[in-house]
Design a protein around this ligand. Structure first.
Ligand code: 7PJ
Length: 259
């Protein structure tokens, strides 16, 4: 899964058209590099980031999704807002990647009605404050119980199991120790019976371990993706598709897979 961030570049005066065109070109490059899914997002959910209005988010992501109508891979919309889900799905997205696991009022109904796939992610707290004091008695058990409950809730609402993906939510209300526990024990989540997505690319846990700035985390990100895949992750959400696909080619060859 290749990450397509559509956020205005405050240092460029190219404006809306330039950021749309840049996002579309970037998305096409990710597919050329081997991405099997594109994850389009218009709101930063990084720790401490401000909330963007649904209208601003739509203004960012819709022209990009529309501009990718002919693309050969499924498009995922990274949002927790039902209004953005609805418009993005109508414009051609076929998956919802929700850091809020469809808990927002109206979100579950929206995805049920659309027939789209969904990624249910765990987080503790809200993005603005979640890294202030993450706390768990047993992070594996608690994240696992949450994901199990959300799978049950969305299945009961009418989303077939085949349409559900889960994600422990690295960095979303977790200390470095919690993140390492989640990665080490990723197989526990695979045992819940639906594909597991892991998002570790360029995250601050990799910065904490390497001492490197976000622009210098390529090697750490590829290794983290490998560790996730080794522990059963079916989807890795990454910025650096080309290098991650190289890694997966080696992994698959060693495992005797055709791909
Ligand atoms: C994730 C995400 C993740 C899923 C972001 C960043 C922060 N969606 N959206 N999983 N992270 N499903 O990429 O650093 O880990 S935004």
């Amino acid at each position: 899964m290749g990450i397509v961030n559509v956020t205005p570049d405050s240092f460029s005066d190219g404006g809306h058209y330039a950021s749309t065109a840049a996002a579309i070109a970037h998305a096409r490059q990710l597919v050329a590099d081997g991405a099997d899914i594109l994850d389009v997002g218009g709101e930063s959910t990084r720790p401490g980031a401000a909330i963007v209005s649904a209208q601003d988010e739509l203004d960012r992501v819709l022209p990009v999704i529309e501009g990718l109508r002919d693309i050969s891979v499924p498009i995922s919309i990274d949002t927790w807002k039902p209004q953005v889900m609805r418009a993005a799905l109508a414009a051609g997205a076929s998956m919802v990647n929700d850091i809020n696991a469809l808990q927002e009022e109206g979100a579950l109904k929206m995805v049920v009605a659309s027939g789209a796939a969904v990624c249910l992610m765990h987080k503790q707290g809200m993005p603005q404050t979640m890294q202030q004091q993450p706390h768990y008695t047993d992070v594996i058990a608690e994240v696992s119980a949450f994901l199990r409950d959300r799978i049950a809730a969305v299945e009961a609402a009418g989303i077939a199991r085949e349409r559900i993906v889960i994600d422990p939510g690295f960095g979303f209300g977790k200390t470095l120790a919690h993140n390492l526990d989640l990665l080490r024990e990723l197989e526990t989540f695979c045992a819940l019976g639906v594909p597991v997505l892991a998002g570790l690319s360029r995250k601050s846990m990799l910065g904490a371990l390497t001492g490197r700035d976000v622009t210098e985390r390529l090697a750490a990100s590829v290794v983290a993706a490998l560790l996730a895949v080794q522990r059963g992750a079916a989807i890795v959400r990454v910025h650096d598709v080309r290098e991650t696909v190289d890694m997966l080619r080696i992994w698959n060859a060693v495992n005797g897979s055709e791909q």
